[in-house]
Write a protein that binds this ligand. Structure first.
Ligand code: NDP
Length: 442
């Protein structure tokens, strides 16, 4: 519906993909004009959008009403799979954009996973643990009708971590009496995979390491890196960067940015964000040498984090957090690579500018696929009643991220755009899904 402003972000995601897969249609006879049109029309339309009311009681015994969604986008390759986002900005358009991206991302992992996304406009911030539990249980009392280990397997995203997945799983079990792998991102002691919390952030760094190697660039060791966000993806990217000897110096939240040139105190960040769930401003109180910049003091039309000189940048917070002005700042400061940990963090203009200036750009659907890959491993472990060691999951994650990177790089080369990981990822992901859709018939 072109008149619906909510869908703007979905169109942005579609446009980026559809424009970049053009070389495939020029070169490949499988995609005759009719097949091309039909497969695209089928691909950009979700199989179904489930929208429901979530009613729950807050701690003051007041009735609260939120909206819940599940966008089951495409299951050509396997059961629907994708996270749940709890954030006040959630609407159908955002979930369609995320679900569409998820189809191609899941295809790139090589695992048998379809694409979906869901969530609610519920804001977990400022809610008690008990309120979060009551909301999650009310949400699942509707969602459970639509999901199952072979049908649709949700996971976490912004605002949904191990705590929320635990409550959701508990309610699914109560409604169905089935203890089964219907959600991933579960805490380890009742069926989660080791390394699932770390997987997306670590995976982004593994992808970047391989991309720099393939492009003949210097490694991350000893290099200054900038990271945005301070949630699950950002803090684990920072952790892996530090383990590889890089120096990540920034992180952000919705209120501001921390810049600690000596290197970030990760233990403190985890305490502030995962345990106390508080603002980054607290960091500067413990480390007065670090600079805290509130959002109100960001330069006009830009984000302060992308004007800190760095070798590699990692946007890991949210969509459209790196715009054209930010991209100009990255180029001006000599940044060599940008790896998207968040989903679609760069605007279309920023992507164009970075590619024109030969920045190695790792697009989200390839670079942040480590999370869903380990979710796939969690499904395998649940189905086989097994538990893999941390080291085994880590090896498989590294292999997967390197394979995705090599596949994307070689696809870009095959289609005459060597070094363009955006086009490479879109064509490689699209081809796998489109081939399955054509083979399965209408
Ligand atoms: P979290 O909820 O753990 O963290 C989100 C972070 O982003 C927080 O620091 C939050 O700040 C900040 N943030 C959220 N919205 C905004 C905004 N509008 N403006 C500025 N900052 C914002 O989420 P995740 O780390 O899990 O997810 C981050 C990104 O990565 C999302 O794009 C998600 O879709 C993507 N992703 C996540 C995966 C996963 O496995 N978790 C897998 C693949 C992609 P504050 O603390 O103030 O709320």
């Amino acid at each position: 519906n072109p008149n619906c402003a909510e869908d703007d972000i979905f169109f942005q995601a579609m446009e980026e993909v559809l424009l970049s897969i053009f070389p495939l249609f020029k070169s490949d006879e499988v995609y005759s004009k009719n097949a091309k049109n039909a497969v695209i029309r089928r691909l950009i339309t979700p199989d179904r959008v489930i929208k429901f009311k979530v009613v729950w009681m807050d701690d003051n015994n007041e009735v609260q009403v939120n909206t819940g969604y599940r966008v089951q986008f495409n299951n050509a390759l396997g059961p629907y799979k994708g996270g749940l986002r709890f954030h006040p900005s959630v609407n159908e358009g955002i979930l369609k954009f995320l679900g569409f991206e998820q189809i191609l991302k899941n295809a790139l992992t090589g695992l048998p996973l379809g694409g979906a996304k869901g969530g609610s406009d519920f804001d977990p911030k400022g809610k008690s643990d008990f309120e979060v539990m009551k909301f999650c249980k009310a949400f699942m009392r509707e969602l459970y009708k639509h999901i199952g280990p072979r049908i649709d397997v949700p996971a976490g995203d912004i605002g949904v971590g191990g705590r929320e997945i635990g409550y959701l799983f508990g309610e699914y079990k109560r409604m169905t009496s089935a203890f089964e792998g219907v959600l991933t991102g579960k805490p380890f002691f009742f069926g989660g995979s080791l390394m699932r919390p770390e997987a997306t952030g670590y995976g982004v760094v593994y992808f970047t390491r391989k991309m720099l190697e393939l492009d003949g660039k210097e490694s991350l060791e000893g290099k200054v890196c900038t990271v945005s966000g301070s949630g699950n993806v950002a803090l684990h990217a920072i952790e892996k960067l530090q383990q590889l000897g890089a120096n990540p110096v920034t992180c952000t939240d919705s209120k501001g940015m921390i810049y600690d040139a000596r290197g970030l105190d990760l233990a403190l960040l985890k305490e502030l964000k995962f345990v106390r769930r508080t603002s980054l401003e607290e960091y500067a109180k413990v480390h007065p040498e670090a600079a805290y910049t509130p959002v109100s003091e960001y330069p006009e039309g830009a984000h302060a984090v992308w004007d800190i000189p760095c070798y590699a940048a990692f946007p890991c917070a949210t969509q459209n957090e790196l715009n054209k002005k930010d991209a100009e700042n990255l180029v001006k400061n000599g940044c060599v690579s940008v790896s998207e940990g968040a989903n679609m963090p760069s605007t279309t203009e920023a992507i164009d500018l970075m590619l024109k200036n030969k920045i190695c750009l790792a697009p989200a659907k390839a670079a942040n696929a480590g999370g869903v890959a380990v979710s796939g491993f969690e499904m395998s472990q649940n189905a086989a009643m097994q538990r893999w060691s941390f080291a085994k999951v880590d090896v498989k994650l590294q292999e997967t991220m390197e394979e995705i990177c090599e596949n994307v790089a070689s696809t870009a080369k095959e289609f005459g755009v060597e070094g363009n990981y955006v086009v490479g990822a879109n064509i490689a992901g699209f081809k796998r899904v489109a081939d399955a859709m054509i083979a399965e018939g209408v």
